[in-house]
Design a protein around this ligand. Sequence first.
Ligand code: MG
Length: 189
Amino acid sequence: MIALDIDGVLADFIAPFLRVLEARMGNGPIDPESITDPNFINHPLITTEIISECMAKVSYDPKFWEALAPLPSAEQWQALDRLSCKNNLVFVTHRYERETYDIGQVTRDWLRKHGVSHPVVYFTQNHKSELIGKLNVELFVDDRHENCRDVAENTEAVVLMPHRSYNQSFNHPRVQRIQDLSELFVYLE
Ligand SMILES: [Mg+2]
């Protein structure tokens, strides 16, 4: 069983989220390279309060999630669909569930639109290792280093972390950094 995170792995979250932050702050463009931590810790301009406010804002906006650009190539989506059809693939996300709309529906529709015909998506606000352990996941992919550390230290799963500017300084003996999602398929072979 393989478990993939969605935002930052399959969906380009950071670029549209920076647009939301820019609109809130009104100081012009934010350099993506200035984001050296997924929680924007130690950023010279962006405070935790602004991050929380903007995260809350997008969490209530289904259009934000519907519009996210896909990161994998067409061939990679086809490979993901084959894994999913063999019941070897699930998606595990920390996206917030709100009462005003069904983020499960929005997320599954987005995955279907990009080629995964029958996506199985788990939503959790707990440590991902809980679900990863329960589902007997053997291979886990996430772009947030705190999730990678959690799963590496609390489960038996192999952990792959796609390289991003915001996880660049993280190193862990049980977390393997990958430059491209293609390395996931190489690993599976
Ligand atoms: Mg992520």
